[in-house]
Design a protein around this ligand. Structure first.
Ligand SMILES: Nc1ncnc2c1ncn2[C@@H]1O[C@H](COP(=O)(O)OP(=O)(O)O)[C@@H](O)[C@H]1O
Ligand SMILES: [Mg+2]
Length: 257
């Protein structure tokens, strides 16, 4: 299935245990092709965030994680972090400068790029997330949805090949969710979205994996997996009231009209 395509991510037999003994990932293997959009769903505490943190070396488990064919190790972390942009679950963990501009410029400045190139990247990134009018604001005073977008801009300014976003839709109202979905769909990258919001996953992705208790328990096309309600129930994943696959397909079509 993957033979003739470039693999963006290849994880083999990854195990991760936190210092307190919590086994958060158990023998996880996963391949993601370049350009693919993958939803990672699962109940609270399943290991979704831990998996993302292993993709750019912020956490290092036992097993192998390859990014475009290169295994992550302590000597190539800088390169890996240029390739994999990770947006944390909580935007307050990502934004710490006194202005939005400085937050988004932080990564490119560390690459020691020229000032004009930094400015170009910051402008491009903020335009993409529709936050270019907020350069001089302090992120602390923005709404949650705006913070989330600025957090996304902080990784876009690094021009990564892979973006991994933890819980893009959480704490957003319906309209903010849809406008963020439009932005995320328009980014031409390899994309991973962690969420427990199945309809949102379906807006963004064709493929989904389900993680439960640290293990990948399903991997397939989202609409195929959604048609097995027992599978979702077994892993404590439910649909919101009034949800139907037909309505979801309608919403998906409506997004760009
Ligand atoms: N820093 C930590 N120290 C110890 N255990 C943790 C830590 N972070 C997460 N865990 C535990 O690891 C497991 C997986 O957590 P996490 O990856 O955050 O799950 P999810 O993102 O799917 O909700 C859970 O049991 C959680 O309580
Ligand atoms: Mg999480």
């Amino acid at each position: 299935m993957y033979k003739n395509k470039n693999l963006a991510i290849e994880i083999e037999n990854l195990n991760f245990t936190y210092p307190d003994g919590t086994e958060a990932l158990k023998d996880v293997s996963l391949k993601v092709c370049e350009g693919e959009s993958l939803a990672i769903i699962g109940p609270n505490g399943a290991g979704k965030s831990t998996l993302l943190l292993n993709l750019n070396g912020l956490l290092k488990g036992n097993g192998s994680v390859k990014i475009f064919g290169t295994e992550i190790n302590s000597s190539n972390l800088r390169d890996v972090r240029k390739k994999v942009g990770l947006v944390f679950q909580n935007p307050d963990d990502q934004l710490f400068c006194s202005t939005v501009y400085e937050d988004v410029a932080f990564g490119p400045m560390n690459l020691r790029l020229k000032e004009v190139e930094i400015e170009r990247r910051v402008n491009d990134a903020l335009l993409k997330v529709e936050m270019n009018g907020y350069k001089n604001h302090n992120a602390f005073h923005l709404s949650y949805g705006q913070k989330k977008r600025v957090a996304i801009a902080t990784i876009l300014s690094m021009n990564p090949d892979i973006i991994a976003i933890d819980e893009p839709s959480s704490n957003l109202d319906h309209n903010s969710q849809l406008s963020l979905a439009r932005i995320l769909i328009s980014l031409l990258k390899t994309k991973l979205f962690v969420t427990h919001d199945i309809p949102y996953a379906a807006l963004l992705c064709d493929r989904v994996i389900i993680i439960d208790s640290g293990k990948i328990v399903a991997d397939g096309l989202l609409f195929d997996i959604l048609s097995i309600p027992e599978l979702l129930e077994r892993h404590r994943l439910g649909f919101p009231p009034g949800f139907s696959i037909e309505k979801l397909k309608e919403d998906k079509n409506k997004l760009f009209h």
